[in-house]
Ligand binder design. Structure first.
Ligand code: NDP
Ligand code: 2IT
Length: 446
């Protein structure tokens, strides 16, 4: 590691204590960018990286709400306005008890480069709350969302910042948030994406992250003369993103043999298909957060408190959350012959586990490239809202597929241009960075 990058990483750590996920994302990205900084001293001179690791703005706020028994609760709300060099801030809202500033900053930092890769004009942001939707009634979730938006509305807008969903935020929550925004601003506008279909949402948005990631994995496999058809695939999680991925894998002839939740994982050697895919939605909506129910209902094997990476598969697609593949998992996957890891969640692989995959020379896609289909279709939803014209399903799916192919090719060509052919992590980080960095140079010292 160069002296400059090492110093910058240690400054980020000193200035942002207790934010290990943010440090992790910064380290991964800066390591990829060393070669760019060597070739382009202008970025160093303009302190582009020093600027990029500092959010343009961070908003934190109190979110008071009342439960069905009349008891008052106070949660913390956040929105990180990370970078607006190439468009309005754009990125999801996460409602999960683990949410804190460091996690949202890592997500916002990744989002800046991801959005740049989509080919669409979107800056990067992220937000959310430590609110736990688990076990809450619809009315409690509504009251929470209304209170959250009562502060957030003054900071967002269709040309300023356009939030969407992430863990714990789906169409129901986007509906409550949108309703409150409309009431406060007295305008019907595309201020959030992931909206319901009859009030401005785009077809394919719920499936887009998973669909896009499978298109990406398909492109990666094609570089080795392979494809998804006939492949055995391990998926983790059972949420919105996993659901989209499982559907597209089935359509392309692959077989998903695992799902996971906080309680453990299921191994279904016959494949997660047909009614079992719909059951994923039922399990998620039940808010029980258990995959054991699936194992009982469909007579699959259940492994409590374990991750699915010990099963013999050709491809692994982590779809749950950050840091869910550790060194031992990576070694196990390699030992069992896995030849392709496609990150669908954001940063599911630890830095050390990534090194295991890198050393083994297998295909490895970083989340910011492979899961960019979700935010890309959010960008298409913004276009449709501006035009006031909904596009048919085939058109959105076709555009999504084209965008994923373009991201894939950009990663490969950029990795090659900067001396690490086949390294999708370097390709994604560098290509995402260059567009944002050049826009920042053009716009002066802001
Ligand atoms: P969901 O809320 O639908 O599902 C998330 C799943 O991950 C749940 O099973 C959840 O269980 C589990 N999970 C969440 N946090 C943790 C944790 N700390 N430890 C263990 N398990 C956890 O979310 P999505 O499917 O929308 O998101 C999944 C991943 O995909 C996330 O990394 C997200 O950032 C990423 N992503 C999402 C996009 C989108 O458009 N929604 C776009 C691009 C990426 P539990 O709640 O019990 O913890
Ligand atoms: O991580 C992500 O890219 C998302 N949660 C989707 C963001 C969006 O604005 O659609």
């Amino acid at each position: 590691m160069s002296e400059y990058v090492a110093k910058l990483i240690s400054e980020v750590k000193a200035k942002n204590p207790n934010e290990p996920e943010f440090h992790q994302a910064v380290q991964e990205i800066l390591e990829s960018l060393e070669v760019v900084l060597d070739r382009h001293p202008e970025y160093r001179a303009a302190k582009i990286l020093e600027r990029m690791v500092e959010p343009e703005r961070v908003i934190t706020f109190r979110v008071p709400w009342m439960d069905d028994q009349g008891e008052i609760h106070i949660n913390r709300g956040f929105r990180i306005d990370m970078n607006s060099a190439i468009g309005p801030y754009k990125g999801g809202l996460r409602f999960h008890p683990s949410v804190n500033l460091g996690i949202l900053k890592f997500l916002a930092f990744e989002q800046v480069l991801k959005n740049s890769l989509t080919t669409l004009p979107m800056g990067g942001g992220k937000g959310g709350s430590d609110f736990d939707p688990k076990g809450k009634s619809d009315n409690e979730v509504m009251r929470f969302c209304q209170s959250f938006m009562t502060e957030l509305f003054r900071h967002i807008g269709p040309n300023t910042d356009v939030p969407a969903g992430d863990i714990g935020v789906g169409t129901r929550e986007i509906g409550f948030l949108f309703g409150q925004y409309k009431r406060l601003k007295n305008e019907f506008t595309g201020v959030l994406t992931g909206k319901g279909l009859n009030w401005g949402g785009s077809l394919i948005r719920p499936e887009a992250t998973g669909f896009g990631a499978v298109y990406f994995a398909h492109e990666m496999l094609r570089t080795k003369g392979l494809d998804i058809e006939g492949k055995t695939i391990a998926v983790s999680g059972f949420g919105n993103v996993a659901w989209g991925a499982v559907q597209k894998i089935n359509q392309l002839g692959g077989r998903v043999v695992t799902l996971s939740g906080p309680d453990g994982f299921v191994y279904d050697k016959f494949g997660v298909k047909g009614e079992k895919v719909d059951y994923m939605l039922e399990m998620r909506a039940s808010a029980n957060d258990r995959v054991q129910d699936y194992a009982q209902k469909f007579k699959a094997e259940f492994y409590p408190n374990k991750r699915p990476w010990g099963i013999k598969v050709d491809v692994a697609m982590p779809c749950a959350t950050q840091n869910e593949i550790f060194v031992d998992d990576a070694k196990e996957l390699i030992k069992n012959g896995c030849s392709c890891v496609c990150e669908v969640a954001n940063m599911p692989t630890t830095l050390d586990a990534y090194k295991v995959f890198k050393d083994a020379g297998i295909l490895f896609a970083p989340g910011k490239a492979a899961n960019a289909g979700g935010v890309a279709v959010s960008g298409l939803e913004m276009s449709q809202n501006s035009m006031r014209l909904p596009w048919p399903k085939d058109e959105v799916d076709h555009r999504l597929n084209q965008i994923m192919k373009e991201i894939h090719n950009t990663c490969l060509s950029t990795a090659e241009r900067f001396g690490t052919p086949g390294n999708y992590v370097n390709g994604a980080n560098i290509a995402g960075f260059l567009k944002v960095a050049d826009a920042m140079l053009d716009q002066g010292l802001v």
